[in-house]
Each structure stands twice: as structure tokens, then as C-alpha cells.
Design a protein around this ligand. Structure first.
Ligand SMILES: Cc1ncc(COP(=O)(O)O)c(C=O)c1O
Length: 400
């Protein structure tokens, strides 16, 4: 018996990217000291409103089947939340509730792509994007994003990659791993491009609540413009905004026509979110206490500045200052090693685990991604060890 060809097509796009993280975890479990700066799990507890509401919903027996579309209370909370930015009137038919942004992304793409279609996506890119596009039978087409231009996806660049097979633009805004936020004008140009070539826009906005650079606000979404509604699908969740990735509670926002068409697919996949999770999600979306996301924003902004003050411009290292999100990119190309080799030596010699940039597309071979979801003191220690390795490598290059 053989699993499908798809499983083989996905294999090289998945596990390998996390090999160094997995190895670091193995060492840690074996009792070795490792400073983990690999993945981005919020380092604060989930929003207490969420926990209390989930407990109350469990006590009330909210453990039955739901429906493919979403629980009424959550749909209403989503309408209220997104109505604030929508120039047209929203209703529950504009949403499908799904377990996390990742599943919403899969449903969104699976519902628009035919075999052989191409999806334009900026490179660097989030580690699962290629897999999810390939899982939908389509082909990711990587549009280079330039660090010198702030890693912003510009319509003029994207246009050069459009073919008669291009079906969609996949946007990640705010962006992981770069932390860049698309300016409204750049997003509007992408919207015009999508209109000119009749493309869908799928926008992953999971980091919307974690924008900390005032220059990057107000945040712009394709849903700000009614002429883009018919072709735009927004995906998001409470994973980052409420420090609750394990709740697996997300959604997509799209036209009612799209949601109607995608519903059988969502049902084939899941047949309805969990009512107690839906109740808890509705409660946090309605809660006016922004304490969790406020703390995240101030923690990550402070830590990004801290790492920059310790590393930027020293031993040839260069920090790309993030505007949002939970990560910071570090250019280590002056060391003479690529990100993979640097990260491996950093783990072996300094017991610091970071992600090699190559896990996020083809443009970050000389980069590392550091997670900001650890304490300031751990970041200070990790930065000192990174600097020590960079100094050692530079000295070796200089014949020292
Ligand atoms: C850009 C991006 N999209 C989606 C996800 C997954 O989000 P969720 O937990 O809502 O599935 C992540 C998680 O790190 C992410 O960084």
C-alpha cells in the first residue's frame, strides 16, 4: 500500500524546515541547556477572559456538535469586530469559523484553486505556505521581497510573475518572518493589480493585533475597500491576539457568495467548530480589555530594540527592525557561513537554537530568525552568545 503522491510532494516542504528546532528540543529533553529562540509561541498565558469563558461553556455542556458555518454567538462577535473596518454591511454569512488561520487558509485556497493554478506569494514566506498551496494542487510562485526595500511586496514586482495560470495573491500582513507591514498604498496597488488580472486576494492577518511600530498604523486590509470584497478572503484567529494558539480558533471573512460555495468544503473537512471554543472566542472578541495584545506589543517592541542594541552593526551582524509580530531577522552573511551552518554551530557550540532563514523561502540564506517570545534576560544571554560566535567567525576570516 502506498500513500498518495501528494504526501510525497509535501514531504520536502514540511518537516525539514523544523529539523534544527526538533534537534534542539531533543537535546533539551535529554537534559542539556539550550536557549530556545525558534518558534513563536506567546510567552504569556492565554487571555483570562478566554479561559473563564471556556470553563463556563464546558460547565454549561457546550460540547455538542456545531454546524459547518459557526456558532451564532461567535459569528455575531465577528460581524461586530470586522464591521468597524468594512465599508459595507456585514452579516454572519460573511464568515466561516475554522480551527485556526492555518485551516482557514487551506479552505480558502482549496475553494479557489484548480490543479495547475499558480499562487503569487512574497519570498521570504511563512513556513507552511508552500505546503498549503501544493496541498491544494497548485504551484507557489515566489515573488522576491528585498530587505533593502523593507521586504514590502510591490505590485510592480508581482506583475512580472503573472502568467495565464495565476489565480491568486497570497498576502501575509503583518508578515512572518520579516515583521514588515504593508503600507495602505502598496496594498491598494496590489488590489488594483488583482482587479486588472482578475486574481483572488487571500490575506493572512493573524498578526494584526501585534503591530508595535506606530508608523505601521493604521493597519490596512483588503477589506477596507468595497471594490475588493468579491475577490478578497481574510483569514485570522485568536492564536496571536489572545495568546491562545492551542485553542485552534480562527475564521475566514469573505463575500457571502464565497462562503456559501466554500461551506461544503468546510463541512467535508471538519463539520463544525467546537461550541465551547466558539463561546470563549466570542467572549474575548467582545471583551474590551486589550491587556494581552497590549503587553505583547510592548514586550516584542522592547525586545526587538534590545536585540538590535546588542547586535546591530557588531561583528558584521545586521538586524532588520520588525514593525510587528514575534520575530526578528538577523543578517549573518558577513560571518562567511550561511544561516543553516551558522545556526547549527550556534546550537552545537553556544547552545542557542534559532531558525535558519532558509526555512522561510529562498531569500534568507544568509539570515537567522530569532523569536522574541522569551524573556529579556534570555535574549541578552542569547545575543551575547550569537555575538561571540560571529566574532569568532570574523576573526577566522581575518586569519586570527
Ligand atoms: C503567518 C502565520 N499564519 C498562520 C499561522 C498559524 O496560525 P493559527 O494558529 O491561527 O493556525 C502562523 C503561526 O505562527 C503564522 O505565523
Amino acid at each position: 500500500m502506498r500513500p498518495s503522491q501528494l504526501t510525497q510532494d509535501l514531504a520536502p516542504l514540511a518537516g525539514d524546515k523544523w529539523a534544527l528546532h526538533a534537534e534542539a528540543l531533543r537535546r533539551k529533553r535529554a537534559g542539556k541547556e539550550v536557549l530556545m529562540l525558534t518558534i513563536g509561541e506567546p510567552d504569556q498565558p492565554a487571555d483570562p477572559v478566554l479561559i473563564a469563558a471556556a470553563k463556563a461553556a464546558l460547565d454549561q455542556g457546550r460540547t455538542q456538535y456545531s454546524n459547518g458555518h459557526g456558532e451564532v454567538g461567535l459569528l455575531d462577535a465577528l460581524v461586530t469586530r470586522y464591521q468597524q473596518r468594512s465599508p459595507t454591511l456585514l452579516n454572519p454569512g460573511n464568515f466561516i469559523c475554522l480551527p485556526g488561520t492555518q485551516t482557514a487558509l487551506y479552505v480558502a485556497l482549496r475553494a479557489i484553486l484548480e490543479p495547475g493554478d499558480e499562487v503569487l506569494v512574497g519570498d521570504p514566506l511563512y513556513a507552511t505556505y508552500e505546503s498549503v498551496i501544493v496541498a491544494c494542487g497548485a504551484r507557489p510562485v515566489l515573488v522576491p521581497l528585498d530587505s533593502e526595500a523593507g521586504f514590502i511586496l510591490h505590485a510592480d514586482t508581482a506583475r512580472g510573475y503573472i502568467t495565464d495560470k495565476t489565480k491568486a495573491l497570497l498576502l501575509n500582513n503583518p508578515h512572518n518572518p520579516t515583521g514588515a507591514v504593508l503600507p495602505a498604498a502598496a496594498l491598494r496597488d496590489l488590489g488594483d493589480l488583482a482587479r486588472a488580472y482578475d486574481l483572488w486576494i487571500v490575506a493572512d492577518e493573524v498578526y494584526e493585533a501585534v503591530i508595535f511600530d506606530p508608523e505601521a498604523t493604521p493597519f490596512a486590509s483588503p477589506w477596507d475597500w468595497s471594490d475588493l470584497h468579491a475577490r478578497s478572503i481574510i483569514v485570522s484567529s485568536i492564536s496571536k491576539s489572545h495568546a491562545a494558539p492551542g485553542f485552534r480558533s480562527g475564521w475566514l471573512l469573505a463575500s457571502e457568495d464565497f462562503c456559501r460555495a466554500a461551506l461544503p468544503l468546510a463541512e467535508a473537512l471538519l463539520f463544525g467548530n467546537q461550541p465551547f471554543i466558539a463561546d470563549a472566542t466570542a467572549a474575548v472578541l467582545q471583551s474590551s480589555d486589550p491587556a494581552v495584545s497590549e503587553r505583547m506589543r510592548s514586550d516584542y517592541a522592547r525586545r526587538a530594540r534590545l536585540v538590535a542594541s546588542l547586535l546591530d552593526g557588531r561583528a558584521g551582524l545586521r538586524v532588520f527592525a520588525p514593525q510587528a509580530g514575534m520575530f526578528l531577522l538577523l543578517d549573518i552573511s558577513a560571518s562567511g557561513l550561511d544561516g543553516q551552518a551558522f545556526a547549527q554551530r550556534l546550537l552545537d557550540e553556544m547552545a542557542v537554537a534559532v531558525m535558519p532563514g532558509a526555512s522561510f523561502g529562498t531569500r534568507l540564506n544568509g539570515w537567522l530568525r530569532l523569536s522574541l517570545t522569551v524573556s529579556d534576560s534570555l535574549l541578552i544571554e542569547a545575543s551575547a552568545r550569537i555575538l561571540a560566535l560571529a566574532n569568532k567567525l570574523i576573526a577566522k576570516q581575518n586569519g586570527g
